[in-house]
Design a protein around this ligand. Structure first.
Ligand code: PHE
Length: 407
């Protein structure tokens, strides 16, 4: 407690104003308000001053997320999902008679910051488990640190296969890109009946590059033709030159496996250039920000994703109800997967014979039939779950459920 008060005092000294780059939440979210970023970029939760804090007798978990920068919406939703899971576990008595607390660091959507936040959580905060990251490039930067220190890491939503391949301490609770890429390629070929597709890839992102490779291979295997691939780099703002080249290809579809912020700008510029092709993407599109930034330019597109808020199953609807009551907004797949990742970690800690990295690791590895909101989780020998994906269509600024594809 005393320690956290000191942290707060330091926060006050440096001012608790919001960073200018932080997007404003669409609705007031009591716990979503990232009040401040300290020297160490640690985020405290001002809405829950009485929640257990690092330094109490609480069991400490670590979290690394993009709370600012171009992927801020990912980190904010994930943090909110995790916070809800932690609070629920505490209300139900905690773990081994102790409460849980989570220390969150903002990596500003940068891999090098994610890596140093992981190191900090391990060496300084001595957390038992690390939750994060969303973006595969950031998880890839963190994972070697966790692996070396034997601190289990669970990525809620990084889908690039290389993430968990880093070692036996690295897990995820989402499907992987060879499946996600296949789902969209199959949908494009068999449902949309496309013969020709162009791809626009982010060459700076492990996620985008991985999905490009899979889509290209699968679409061709299914008898389609990839008529061209253009690339951009995260941070670019003018995509017109590449889009002009793409327009000349006259493809029926354009696959853009990027993140929402870039995708929104790409869609707007494509519209402005009169490029009338159906856009398709992956989970990286998932944020309400896509519609705020992209407007009607993203209408008519298709994406693969982890979960749909339209899913009538009681497990999903109950989660949505609780989340809406708490945050006044509908959870996206990041929130669902953050919630699932935290619950898998908590479940493993409950079963572990002792609270050490190796003992917790063993129990995470044996996670079986766990009732996740974004699908039931059984981890395979590569520490990946095998789960269905959904296909969603963008209609009037919303994702609409289209179909579910089982692996
Ligand atoms: N799968 C993406 C990645 O690996 C991250 C992501 C997951 C983004 C879910 C949005 C929704 O980089």
């Amino acid at each position: 407690m005393r320690l956290s008060l000191l942290v707060c005092a330091a926060l006050l000294t440096f001012g608790c104003e919001k960073k200018p780059t932080e997007p404003k939440p669409a609705d007031p979210k009591p716990v979503a308000d990232v009040k401040a970023v300290t020297d160490g970029k640690q985020v405290v939760d001002p809405a829950k001053p009485d929640a257990p804090k690092p330094g109490d007798d609480a069991i400490l978990l670590g979290e690394v997320g993009s709370l600012t920068g171009p992927e801020a919406a990912f980190g904010i939703s994930t943090r909110d999902g995790i916070a809800m899971a932690i609070d629920e576990a505490n209300e139900a008595g905690g773990v081994k008679g102790r409460k849980l607390a989570v220390r969150v660091y903002d990596d500003q959507s940068k891999p090098e910051e994610a890596a140093s936040a992981a190191t900090r959580l391990i060496t300084q905060d001595k957390v038992l488990v690390i939750l994060g990251e969303v973006a595969s490039s950031n998880s890839l930067a963190m994972a070697p640190k966790a692996q070396e220190a034997k601190v289990p890491m669970i990525s809620p939503s990084s889908t690039n296969p290389k993430v968990t391949a880093i070692g036996d301490y690295i897990f995820r609770v989402c499907f992987i890109d060879p499946f996600q890429g296949f789902v969209m390629a199959k949908y494009a070929r068999e449902e949309l009946k496309f013969n020709s597709v162009a791809i626009f890839t982010d060459k700076k992102s492990a996620y985008s590059e991985g999905l490009t490779e899979v889509f290209q291979k699968k679409f061709a295997e299914l008898g389609g033709k990839i008529v061209g691939i253009e690339s951009y780099a995260k941070g670019d703002t003018d995509f017109r030159a590449q889009l002009t080249n793409i327009k000349k290809l006259k493809a029926q579809g354009l696959y853009v496996p990027g993140y929402y912020q870039d995708v929104a700008v790409i869609a707007e510029q494509a519209k402005e250039l009169g490029l009338k092709t159906t856009m398709m993407g992956g989970d990286g599109w998932d944020s309400a920000k896509l519609f705020e930034l992209g407007g009607s330019a993203v209408d008519g597109s298709y994406v693969s994703n982890h979960y749909s808020a339209d899913d009538p199953s009681p497990r999903v609807q109950e989660f949505i109800k609780k989340y809406q009551a708490r945050y006044k907004t509908t959870p996206d797949s990041l929130a669902a997967l953050g919630y699932d990742a935290a619950r898998v970690a908590i479940d493993a800690m409950k079963r572990a014979t002792e609270l050490t990295g190796p003992a917790i690791r063993e129990q995470i590895a044996s996670t079986k039939d766990f009732p996740g909101v974004a699908g039931t989780i059984t981890l395979d020998e590569h520490r990946n779950p095998v789960k269905p994906a959904v296909v969603l269509k963008v209609e009037a600024g919303q994702f609409k459920y289209v179909s579910t594809v089982a692996p």
